[in-house]
Design a protein around this ligand. Sequence first.
Ligand code: NAD
Length: 388
Amino acid sequence: MAASIQDRFKENTEQTVIDTSKKVRVGIIGTGWIAEAHLASYRNQPDVEIVAGADLVEGKAEAFFKQFDMEGVKCYRSHAEMLDDASLNLDAVSICTYNRTHAECAIYALKKGINVLLEKPMCVTLEEAVEICKAEKESGKVLSIGFQPRLDENMKMIKKIVESGRLGKIYYIQTGGGRRRGIPTPYGTTFIEDKTAGIGALGDIGCYSLDMVLNAIGYPKPLTVSGYKSAFFGTRPDYYPTHPEYAEKFEVDDFAAAFIRLEGDIILDFRIAWAMNLDTPGDTIILGTEGGLRIPSTECWNGSVGGEMTLYQEICGEQTQTKIPVIGDGTDFNKLFDRKIRSFLDAVKNHTPAPVPSSQIIYNQAIIDGIFKSAEAGREIEITIPEF
Ligand SMILES: NC(=O)c1ccc[n+]([C@@H]2O[C@H](COP(=O)([O-])OP(=O)(O)OC[C@H]3O[C@@H](n4cnc5c(N)ncnc54)[C@H](O)[C@@H]3O)[C@@H](O)[C@H]2O)c1
């Protein structure tokens, strides 16, 4: 009761007038699992017409739209076939393919002058990320990367706390998370085979932890990384009681850790797990000269906060702890997805910068790439991002 009275005084920041006079013509590339969330959110927008879909698997795109009674949507057998059809007059595409084809689909769409919402992780390698950024620059179109946790009020609070100066100079960050058992194979093996995923837990959920803290501190440039990766669980046939054959197909990491030096003399200590003999590898902590912030990890790491945060400060000589309650519906996946789609559409329509720009996410990708390469080399490496 008390909460609802309080709510009456709150400003509704999500109430905006949407111009529906011209519909944004959207195509969906890759009609697998996450494409459903894209479709649902686009359908919640009054100014969108979904006109096309593509999937490499014969009949998959057709079946996808049929289950939502959308038989009128034109279906294609590849991103190129769809993007080559000029009669579609596409304004934007969502790229919902597995990681390995992110780069080729994004580059192809941008070269055709089409705005792109690209699922996370941006791609597999740093080299691919650079090519995507080049294509974006040449096209002048919007490219946004699909990090919906960015639109969570709790995530925004982390950034606000950092920007308020309450933590002082930040010098050390620990981040990451994971699951005790949670290799994502319920819909098949596209997350665990090299030819489709390219990277495992590191790219799938590691990118979220990195974005949580790097976005909060303004995405400083990564300088060096000493990385480790392993695959002790995914390669065990007994891990998959109903599909022991998946063990043979497992070619990516199910655990990764790294020690990363960032510009500004900041240390980033990172670990991520799809599977481990532990509930969590630890909370996210941000240490500064004036304060510290603890962000509880979740059981199933997906880029959201796991509970109330704690701000540690010394006030007038006393050591204090301030609890920051979880804010609103910020962790509701569907609502975050709606906001991700809306913010992308607004950028496309208003010719404003991408809500999650590649200029930041290239550093996220550079760290992932650096961890992978350092782990392969067995030593610390320098991160060099080519000019583009
Ligand atoms: N933002 C989120 O919360 C979230 C959640 C899950 C997955 N994802 C990301 O979304 C991506 C897809 O995940 P998923 O679970 O939907 O995978 P999925 O394997 O279920 O679906 C991918 C589909 O893309 C198709 N495809 C691949 N290359 C193609 C191409 N060139 N043209 C047309 N179709 C192509 C495949 O045939 C497949 O059907 C991954 O990169 C994943 O990391 C994001």
